[in-house]
Design a protein. Structure first.
Length: 233
């Protein structure tokens, strides 16, 4: 599929006039989850409609054509906020649109919930890079919300069993957190360090997807924990 230019795409807070795009949004999320093989929480049409009506979603349009989407969710009595469901249509990828949508969702989160910690889970280096440029830091899952409703959203991910086996301490995703109480000038992940994270993500896949022997798995998970402490200290 040929790429389309993103120069004229309008990125805005979604409103009721954008409700006709709900089915297209859900189809795009489902397709993205299938390609990635890892989690984008599956949401119902009513859930996405409510996010749009509440003014808690960002939509990108090329004229009348859907190009991308993201929504925000609050957890733990609004102490935490997640920017979820970030998607970009295939032909608009690779041109920085995801970064623009993510930044708009981040700004909306800061405006609606100025004191909340903003977090996300990702398996991709590109999203890690975008998050780091906004001021997110990699963290352990223990620093994220303990709201059970959030973690139930992971049930639609093919790796949910890994999350449960590790008592919600580890998975293929990496947790990232922006803490407004520690808000400082963002320090983007240097390219060399990003390559280290890439190797670390591959190691996580090896630990959780390739290890069948319980004794070996325990040892590798302990090694994983040590590597995490070293990388993200």
């Amino acid at each position: 599929m040929a790429q389309a230019q993103v120069n004229n795409i309008k990125i805005q807070i979604a409103s009721e006039e954008h409700l006709p795009y709900v089915d297209t949004i859900l189809e795009t999320i489902a397709e993205a989850a299938k390609i990635r093989g890892t989690g984008i929480a599956r949401r119902s049409p009513d859930y996405i409609r409510n996010k749009i009506i509440e003014g808690k979603a960002i939509i990108a349009l090329d004229g009348d054509e859907f190009a991308g989407f993201c929504y925000i969710e609050s957890w733990g009595h609004e102490k935490f906020v997640a920017n979820s469901g970030l998607i970009v249509v295939d032909k608009y990828r690779g041109q920085g649109l995801a970064k623009k949508i993510k930044r708009k969702a981040f700004e909306l989160s800061r405006k609606r919930y100025p004191n909340a910690k903003i977090f996300g889970l990702t398996t991709g280096l590109a999203v890690m890079k975008i998050n780091s440029e906004l001021g997110y830091k990699p963290v352990t899952f223990s620093e994220l919300t303990d709201d059970d409703e959030f973690w139930k959203g992971c049930q639609s991910c093919v790796n949910y069993d890994i999350l449960m086996r590790t008592n919600r301490k580890h998975c293929l995703c990496t947790g990232m957190l922006f803490d407004p109480a520690k808000d400082a000038k963002p320090e983007p992940i240097p390219p060399k360090r990003l390559s280290v994270y890439g190797r670390w993500l591959k190691f996580k896949q090896f630990v959780f997807l390739k290890s069948n022997n319980n004794k070996q798995s325990t040892g590798k998970r302990n090694l994983l924990k040590s590597l995490f402490s070293t990388l993200f200290a």
